[in-house]
Design a protein around this ligand. Sequence first.
Ligand code: UFG
Length: 323
Amino acid sequence: MNVFVTGGAGYIGSICVEELLNAGQTVIVYDDLSEGHRSAVDPRARFVTAQPRDPDDVIRAVQSAKPDAILHFAANALVGESMTNPGKYFRNNVGNGVNLLEAARLAGVRKFVFSSTCATYGPPDHVPMTEDLPQRPINPYGESKLMFEKILQWYHQIFGLEFVAFRYFNAAGATERFGEHHRVETHLIPNVLKVALGQKPHCEIFGTDYPTPDGTCIRDYIHIVDLAQAHILAMAPGKQGFYNLGNGDGYSVREVIRMCEQVTGQNIPAVPKPRRPGDPPKLVAGAQRAIQELAWKPRLAKLEDIVTSAWRWHQAHPNGYPD
Ligand code: UFG
């Protein structure tokens, strides 16, 4: 299959590209490198510099690639930033996404796989969270992804575009070659590991007064390779709809820090800070739908395996990607 991957130079996209290539697919990466890194693009893929705001550029790129499927990872994805710069989120995650959908329609693309998020739910009434929970996002990031989910449904209804939208929980971990490097790092695990690398004196805990057993936020961490495998399964004809991707296990911020200490063998000082706006207290996935309907089998579900793979990558690439 010929697969067009937006955001293929980013953290999740680059590892999905690697897994697609390992599975024998042909891959075209379309990325403007605003968040991603040129050296995170697997050399076996064809790279096209993207101008996602320009509808003609997107149409040209999709038409020349003639893909069977589009995997759409490109997005801004920081909860905290979306609370201070919502326009950036709606413009990129919704507006540029529509440019891509139009290009897909004009080129007759059969399948569209979208990176959505559990942030579309907002604080859930219960965990584990199933796909039928009400979606009430509490930050513009989650709202922008929910808007695009709705737009996708209209393209399905009107044009018959087959889509799978994955609601990711917290992607983490690395492969041997590709890992997590954001120019401004806000995510928990890489920030904690920076302390173990000696790059920071301590990590920070955003909020210690949440209604959770140790007062810190609980998240469901999922290995990036398990996430990537779900995308490969979603490309099969007939697969359609919304799927959570997570392990069903919640870990608090303090538990993640303790696991990082165990894996690195180092003491990692942590400083309590105020809550970060937009953070729900507890997000844990119910992913039975993906397991049953897509035959998805997470293989690296233990937090220890996730942190160990991230630690290996960060030790080998202490400054991330060179560009
Ligand atoms: N946190 C800290 N200290 C840090 C960084 C994070 O305490 O230095 C806390 C956050 O407040 C949050 C938890 O650790 O409670 C996880 O934070 P991340 O920034 O690692 O991840 P988020 O849960 O905020 O968001 C990530 C992705 C989103 C995705 C979401 C789904 O960035 O794109 O997971 O939960 F939608």
